[in-house]
Design a protein around this ligand. Sequence first.
Ligand code: URA
Ligand code: SF4
Length: 201
Amino acid sequence: AISAAQFVPEGKDWAALRSASCECRGCELYKDAKQTVFGEGPVPARLMMVGEQPGDKEDVEGHVFVGPAGRLLDKALAAVKIARDEAYLTNAVKHFKFTERGKRRIHQQPRRSEVVACFPWLREEIRVVQPELIVCLGAVAAKALLGSSFKLTEHRGEVLEQDGLRIGVTVHPSAVLRAENWTEAYEAFVADLKALKKSLQ
Ligand code: URA
Ligand code: SF4
């Protein structure tokens, strides 16, 4: 099976993990993307947030959540008074997956096999960051940590326990951007974050 495992220097510190991730060929996604986008933030951190995968802008710049979804996330975090720079932000998959349409690169959801292949990186990030709470942004991240049958719509705003980890779940900021009723979707996202924040002591 495809896997990042042979590229992951287990037990090493964050800097060693990040630099090794730049050489990862654990699945096909490294081929078309510009670069690996590893997680960023304080290590350790009380709060970790996990998105799906870098987007177009993240792939170009090499940093997490610097595009439109990141701006929406910043706005929502500010609304609930969570300091972005106190959280460790990462993604379930470390390379941008896309199809080309003219000059545009259109996001494609990673396959389950790609999420599973990339998981050793996320597992090591959790080991070094030691978060009190992990917030999954969207179903791809939630399924990476809670299993493929996890139903986000039944649990959004809740904190679940799994393998000694506390895992909160909400939607992905991109889903808010795409929503027909933007205001309603945004307010529900903020309400989830507010509820999840309460479980940080
Ligand atoms: N969407 C994500 O899930 N992660 C990013 O880093 C950017 C957009
Ligand atoms: Fe490695 Fe993950 Fe990139 Fe695939 S997506 S090449 S597993 S870092």
